[in-house]
Design a protein around this ligand. Structure first.
Ligand SMILES: *Cc1c(COP(=O)(O)O)cnc(C)c1O
Length: 344
């Protein structure tokens, strides 16, 4: 019963098989491998962006930080939600790589166009003394399991464009959002006004690969220099390429995300039936719910693994509802989900 995160699960067997297949003979290093040419072409075609610049890195933090560094200048500020991964979970790597700072847009996990416009308008009012306006970063799926609609992404990008600012999309769970919306990758990105994407793979079955995609090819060389300088250019790169190739083969990326979302829907429905309260409406593969401390204790004893959300298991009031986060990946079985629910 493992619901701690979608990076806790195993690597998909098809990915391991592809790594073994790629483990033959010799290949040029540093991204000049033949598989990378294939991956680049396929991602360009999937995104309907023949001129896009496509790169692979091993972590989401590297993808976000290097993408944002490429989109910003050290004297600028990056706009994001107060719970953005780039703010809460990357140990200031975006600031470190970019030299820029972050400005939080007041609200919850989903930025609203009004709050974004207000926040942007309040910056750059102190001339040379203050931070200059920089990129807007949107997380899709959000850190609270919500999915921005296409209209919401378009509206945020429109605000950014009013100020001539680039837009970055943190897509650590890109495909979970994509299948939830039932749209195309192009619609969720450049057609809506997004300039650069961190296209996640690790949380959806890969060993450790995320793609960074720039729809403006003129960013390519700067990104390459930043990736090398930032120590994220892999020399035996074919093993990154092989993972991404396996991800795209036979639509594994889509199948895995659909499985993860369906697993989450099954768990959410069961929780609803047991009277759990939802802190956020689950729209992809993450649930934020609360139920009594006594139930958490029972689940804990039974071996369930997940994160309490800012709460303590130890306390006097056994009936007190405690919030938790439950994440489903593609590999969680119906048996594990039903076993979890049986303890409630
Ligand atoms: C997991 C995650 C990342 C990437 O994290 P790494 O641990 O650096 O791979 C980025 N953004 C979001 C929203 C995430 O959930």
């Amino acid at each position: 019963m493992y619901f701690a995160s979608d990076n806790s699960g195993p690597v998909h067997p098809q990915v391991l098989a592809k790594l073994t297949e790629a483990n033959q003979g010799y290949q040029m290093a540093y991204g000049a491998d033949t598989l990378m040419n294939e991956v680049r072409d396929r991602l360009r075609s999937i995104f309907e962006a023949p001129g896009a610049a496509v790169y692979l890195v091993a972590t989401g933090t590297a993808a976000n930080s290097l993408a944002l560094a490429t989109l910003s200048n050290p004297w600028e500020t990056i706009f994001c939600s107060p719970v953005a991964h780039i703010h809460e979970d990357e140990c200031n790597a975006p600031e470190f790589y970019s030299g820029a700072k972050l400005t939080l847009v007041p609200g919850t996990d989903k930025m609203t166009p009004a709050a974004l416009r207000r926040t942007i308008s309040l910056e750059e009012t102190r001339g040379v003394h203050g931070p200059q306006r920089g990129p807007v970063s949107i997380t899709q799926v959000t850190e609270r399991g919500s999915v921005y609609s296409l209209e919401e992404i378009q509206a945020l990008c429109a605000v950014a464009k009013e100020y001539d600012l680039p837009v970055h999309l943190d897509g650590a769970r890109f495909t979970n959002a994509l299948v939830a919306l039932g749209c195309s990758p192009a619609e969720m990105t450049w057609k809506a006004g997004v300039d650069a994407v961190s296209f996640g793979g690790t949380k959806n079955g890969l060993m450790g690969v995320e793609a960074v995609i720039f729809f403006d090819e003129s960013k390519a060389w700067e990104f390459e220099l930043r990736r090398k300088r930032g120590a994220h250019l892999f020399s035996k790169h074919r093993y990154l390429s092989a993972q991404m190739a396996a991800y795209l083969d036979d639509d594994l990326w889509l199948t895995s995300a659909r499985q993860a979302n369906a697993n989450c829907a099954r768990l959410a429905e069961g929780l609803r039936g047991k009277g759990a309260d939802f802190l956020h409406e689950p729209q992809a593969n993450m649930i934020f719910a609360s139920f009594p401390r006594a139930k958490h204790r029972q689940l804990h004893k039974a071996g369930a693994v997940y994160h309490l959300w800012g709460a303590q298991l130890e306390g006097a009031d056994e009936a007190e509802p405690l919030p938790c986060r439950l994440v489903c990946d593609w590999s969680i079985s119906h048996e594990q989900i039903d076993q979890f629910l049986s303890h409630l």
